[in-house]
Design a protein around this ligand. Structure first.
Ligand code: GDP
Length: 299
C-alpha cells in the first residue's frame, strides 16, 4: 500500500493535520466530535459513515483527554471495522472452465487497464486467460485490449469494428471452452450517454453467453474511478439497475484526494471491493486490505 499511501498523501496529510488540530490538548467533547465528523465528511467518507465512525471512537473516550496519534489510530480501526465485510478478493472458481468475468464501467474509469492487471495476476497464479474485446464500437478500446493481451501473452478475441458484442462474447466463450481456458475476461462498452442502448447491449451479452453456460457470467465487476467522487455513487446505481453487479474495483487511488469514497461506497452498496488500482502499470492492482487502507487514508 505504499503507492496508495503516497498517492493519498495529499489528502491524508490534510486530514491528519486537521485531526491533530482538532484534538490538540482537548477533551473529547461534543464539539470536538462534531469537528472530527466534519473532517471525515470532507474526505468523502460520506455523512452516515462519518457519523458512525465518530460514534464508535467516542464510546470509551467521551469526556477524556486524548492524543492525536491515539485518535487517528482509533479512527483507522473504526473505518477498517466497517470495511471488514467489503474485503473479498475476486474468487477463483475452479469448478467453471472458463470462469467468465464480465467487466463493466463508464469509459475512462480503467476497465481495460484493470482487465490487463487481472490477466497478469491470473497468469502469475498459473491460470490460462483469454480476453474478449466486446467494446466493439471503439477501435481504440480494442487496440488497447490487444496491447494488454500482448503484454500478458494471452489471446484476445476481437471482431471487425461494429461487430455485435454479444455474438463476439459467445464466440469467445466457445473458444475459451474449446481451449480449456481457466479465465475469460470480457471487456464491455461504457457509453453512459445512451443508457437504454448500453443496458440492452450488456443484457444481450449475458443472455447470449448463458446459451453456452447457464451459470455465466460468474462475476460481474463494476470498475469505478475514485477521482470522480460522487459520480462513482451514481455509476453504481446506474449499473446495478442494468445488470447484477457482483463486486467493485476502484481505480486511480494513487492520484486522488478522495480515497474516502471507497468507504462510503462499500457501506452504501454492500458490494465487495475486489481490488484497488494504484497506478497505470501492469502490477498496480492491489487486494483491498481494510486496515492498511484505513491507515493510509487517515495518515
Ligand atoms: P476504460 O475506458 O474504462 O477501459 O479505461 P482505461 O483502462 O483505458 O483507463 C483510462 C485511463 O486511466 C488510462 O490512461 C489508464 O492508464 C488510467 N488508469 C487506469 N487505472 C489506473 C489507476 O489505478 N491509476 C492511475 N493513475 N491511472 C489509471
Amino acid at each position: 500500500f505504499s503507492r496508495l499511501k503516497s498517492g493519498l498523501s495529499r489528502s491524508s496529510t490534510a486530514l491528519k493535520d486537521r485531526i491533530t488540530g482538532i484534538v490538540a490538548k482537548k477533551r473529547l467533547d461534543e464539539a470536538t466530535l462534531e469537528e472530527l465528523e466534519e473532517a471525515l465528511i470532507m474526505a468523502d467518507l460520506g455523512v452516515e459513515t462519518s457519523a458512525e465512525v465518530v460514534r464508535l471512537i467516542a464510546k470509551d473516550r467521551f469526556g477524556k483527554e486524548v492524543g492525536d496519534v491515539e485518535i487517528r489510530e482509533a479512527l483507522a480501526q473504526a473505518v477498517a471495522g466497517m470495511l471488514a465485510g467489503a474485503v473479498e478478493a475476486l474468487p477463483h472458481r475452479a469448478e467453471h472452465r472458463p470462469q467468465v468475468v464480465l467487466v463493466c464501467g463508464v469509459n475512462g474509469t480503467g476497465k481495460t487497464t484493470t482487465i490487463g492487471k487481472l490477466a497478469r495476476q491470473a497468469s502469475e497464479a498459473g491460470l490460462s486467460v483469454m480476453l474478449a474485446a466486446c467494446d466493439t464500437f471503439r477501435a481504440a478500446a480494442v487496440e488497447q485490449l490487444e496491447v494488454w493481451g500482448q503484454r500478458n501473452n494471452v489471446p484476445v478475441i476481437r471482431g471487425k469494428e461494429g461487430t455485435d458484442p454479444a455474438g463476439l462474447a459467445y464466440e469467445a466463450l466457445a473458444r475459451a471452452r474449446a481451449a480449456g481456458t481457466d479465465l475469460l475476461l470480457i471487456d464491455t462498452a461504457g457509453r453512459l450517454h445512451n443508457k437504454a442502448e448500453l443496458m440492452e447491449e450488456l443484457r444481450k451479452i449475458i443472455r447470449v453467453i448463458k446459451k453456452l453456460d447457464m451459470s455465466a457470467p460468474h462475476d460481474t465487476l463494476l470498475v469505478l474511478d475514485a477521482t470522480t467522487g460522487q459520480n462513482a455513487h451514481s455509476q453504481v446505481e446506474i449499473f446495478t439497475d442494468m445488470v447484477d453487479v457482483s463486486g467493485l474495483v476502484v481505480t486511480k487511488l494513487d492520484g486522488t484526494a478522495r480515497g474516502g469514497v471507497v468507504v462510503a461506497l462499500a457501506r452504501r452498496f454492500g458490494l465487495p471491493i475486489h481490488a484497488v488500482g494504484v497506478g497505470e502499470g501492469i502490477d498496480d492492482l492491489r487486494p483491498f486490505e481494510a486496515l492498511a487502507f484505513a491507515r493510509a487514508l487517515l495518515g
